[in-house]
Design a protein around this ligand. Structure first.
Ligand SMILES: Cc1cc2nc3c(=O)[nH]c(=O)nc-3n(C[C@H](O)[C@H](O)[C@H](O)COP(=O)(O)OP(=O)(O)OC[C@H]3O[C@@H](n4cnc5c(N)ncnc54)[C@H](O)[C@@H]3O)c2cc1C
Length: 375
């Protein structure tokens, strides 16, 4: 019988392992891949963190200053490798977990390397496991290339092409930030639900730090501060075809776990007319994409920045604790009443930065597990 098994050795799982070790609790950490930072290795090469180096580190080890303010994908991978080496984290690679089930007062974990029984299980498999494609009538008839944002690759391959991005969330803005600075022939973005938009930095000041300071304010004050900051930075974006957001930004964050879209030059290029903002695409007809307001675009490439599924149904769907989006009711340092000993981390987004939040959550989670084991 194990005390704790952690499923997934991404940033969140590694943070929990470290914090448990600090509390004197031994755990096993499993990962289906053969090396650390697997989710970062498949992301596009021009990716940099949206959160400042100071607010993106793991517990117990800062990110070296030589990596700069906005750490690149490759440097972040190196940092996670160094973290594992420094704290001698014995990740059991090539161990895929298929199912987690109740076994009397503990949990049975079925893996590709055999089964384990554990008092506690921490699920840290990541929120971005399975790319979700949109269901648009006629998408299968499209003459050009259709990709999910997960397969964006090298930005220069889109030079000279007409590109349509579908989506208004953070990964859509990430693609927009890069492509609007490239010599693409035409760039359009189809936004169904207007997001909250935050600048990555203003006069060198990282804007997510502001959100971190606002973290404990009442939601209505957070909403008001966000609204006035966005307005003073961007003015009224309605004339550039942005709609009204359905909910205030921090309300949406609290209720739906949705974070903001980070602008790093994209809005400036929209205002310059380099990017066309259009409404929801409702139909595709071979060469043509048509919106609900009957706007037509003729892209060579469609990039679907339409989100991810965490893929938890196969693992724990039978326990009946997931909402229709595949997310459990609680994450972090709370365990769900009827499922004692089952914990989740890293599944939702935080405006102030997921990695920043993970330091606190992993510490609380480890403390809760340690106190249960010491009872
Ligand atoms: C493009 C992008 C940019 C981001 N930028 C930032 C940023 O700038 N700042 C920030 O704070 N956050 C950022 N995030 C969020 C951040 O990546 C995550 O919150 C954080 O890295 C935590 O990751 P994780 O450990 O939960 O998941 P992952 O890094 O996805 O790790 C999950 C691990 O679980 C393993 N696994 C999954 N399923 C199984 C299974 N069944 N059996 C065994 N192993 C399994 C996987 O192999 C993987 O190693 C970004 C996310 C994306 C997608």
């Amino acid at each position: 019988m194990e005390d704790v098994v952690i499923i997934g050795a991404g940033a969140a799982g590694l943070a929990v392992y470290y914090q448990l070790k600090q509390s004197g609790v031994k755990s096993r950490i499993l990962d289906e891949h053969y090396q650390v930072a697997s989710s970062w290795r498949v992301r596009h090469p021009q990716l940099r963190l949206n959160t400042h180096r100071w607010y993106s580190h793991q517990p117990g080890m800062r990110i070296p200053a030589k990596y700069g303010r906005w750490v690149s994908r490759d440097d972040y991978i190196q940092y996670l490798e160094d973290y594992v080496t420094r704290f001698e984290i014995p990740i059991e690679f090539n161990t895929r977990v298929f199912k987690v089930d109740r076994k009397e007062n503990s949990w049975k974990i079925e893996t590709s390397q055999g089964n384990f029984i554990s008092k506690h299980v921490v699920i840290s498999c990541g929120a971005n496991r399975i790319p979700k494609m949109p269901h648009i009538p006629g998408l299968e008839t499209f003459d050009g290339i259709v990709k999910h944002a997960a397969d964006f690759g090298e930005a220069s391959v889109y030079d000279g092409k007409s590109v349509l991005i579908i989506g208004g969330g953070n990964s859509a803005f990430d693609l927009g930030n890069h492509l609007s600075k490239r010599p693409v022939r035409e760039l359009s973005i189809s936004i169904r639900t207007t997001p909250g938009i935050s600048a990555k930095e203003v006069f060198g000041f990282p804007m997510h730090l502001l959100a971190a300071w606002m973290r404990d304010l009442p939601i209505r004050i957070q909403d008001a501060l966000f609204h006035s900051t966005q307005n003073s930075l961007y003015g009224n974006l309605k004339k550039f075809n942005f709609g009204d957001p359905p909910k205030n930004v921090f309300t949406k964050h609290a209720q739906d776990g949705i974070t903001v879209s980070v602008d790093d030059g994209f809005i400036r290029n929209i205002k310059k007319g380099k990017v066309r903002v259009i409404d929801e695409i409702i139909k595709i007809d071979q060469k043509k994409a048509i919106t609900a307001k009957a706007v037509e675009v003729y892209p060579d490439v469609i990039l679907c920045a339409t989100g991810y599924d965490p893929g938890l149904f196969s693992l724990i769907g039978h326990l009946g604790m997931l909402d229709p989006f595949g997310i459990p009711a609680t994450t972090g340092s709370q365990t769900i009443a009827n499922y004692p000993g089952l914990w989740f981390i890293g599944l939702r987004g935080y405006i102030w930065g997921n990695m920043y939040e993970q330091i606190r959550q992993s510490a609380k989670l480890a403390k809760a597990i340690a106190s249960d084991l010491n009872r």
